[in-house]
Design a protein around this ligand. Sequence first.
Ligand code: PSU
Ligand code: MN
Length: 287
Amino acid sequence: MIRVSDEVRESPAVVALETTLVAHGFPPGEGVAVGLESEQQVRAAGAVPATVGVLDGEVVVGLTEAELERFTADARKIGPRDLAVAVAQRAVGATTVGGTLAVARAAGIRWMATGGLGGVHRGFPDPPDVSADLAQLARTPALVVSAGVKSLLDVPATAEVLESLGVPVLGFGVDTLPLFYGAAGGPPVSARIDDAREAAAVARAHWELSGGGLLLGRPPDEPLEDVEPLIETALRAAHDDGVHGQSVTPFVLSYLHRESGGRTQRANRDLIAQNARLAGEIAVAAV
Ligand code: PSU
Ligand code: MN
C-alpha cells in the first residue's frame, strides 16, 4: 500500500516533503514549481527528496514530476485521519505536515521540511481548531524544519501545546520561534541550535531517549515584518464568509497572496526552499 521509490529506499539521507502546500498553498498552477524547487534544494544539499501523496490507491513516497503535477487544487487535503480513506477511495490526496509525518513514520523517514507548521487557531476555544500537525509531530520520530508556526495562528498558544506534548522547539541561530513570513517577536524556543550537525545530534539524542518529533524553526532570509494587519483582515474575511475547518488555512494564504500583491507568495516560496535546503543538510550531517 506504501510505494517507496527506489531512490528513496536506497538513500541514507532522505527528506520528506508534503503536497498540501503544492495543491492548496499557492494559486492554481503555481504550487508544482514550489514543490520541484524544494526537491532541488534537498538534492543540492546532497540528500534525496521524498515528496509524499496519495495516488491511485497507494501512498507514494517519492513522487515523480509527472505524478506531482496531478496535485492540483482539486486534490483532497489529507491529514493523518484521512490517509486510509484516501487510499481506499483512490482519491488524489495531498498530505499536510501531519499526514506526511504519519507516512514518514511508517516508512522510517526522519527528516522533513515545510513552510510553516499548523497549530492552534486564533480564538481558541471558539472554534476549538487545533491542527493535527501537532499531535502527529508528537508521536513521530522526525525533525521538521519550518519557518516556525504559521502566523495566521495563535503562535504562543501553539508553542505551549508543543511544550505540553514534549516536542522540542528549536531555533536555528535564534532564541525565538520564527513567525512564518516574519522573523521577530515570536515566543521563546526551548533551545537554540547553531548548525546542521548540532541539529542532527540533538535529534539523535532525543530519539535514543525514545522521544518523538522535533520542530526546528528557521527564520526566513528576507522576512516580512509588516503582514500582521493584513492577516487580521484576512481572518475577518474568512469568518464573514463562513470559512471553517480545513479550508481556513488555504483561504487565508490565498487572501494574503492576492492582497499583498504577491509579496507573501514570494516570501512563502523562498522560505519553503530555504527550509528544504536546511533539512537536506541536516539529513546529510546525520549519516
Ligand atoms: N506551509 C506552507 N503552506 C501550507 C502549509 C504549510 O507554507 O499550505 C500547509 C501544511 O500542509 C500544514 C497545513 O500541515 O498547511 C496546516 O493546515 P491546518 O491548519 O488546516 O491543519
Ligand atoms: Mn484545523
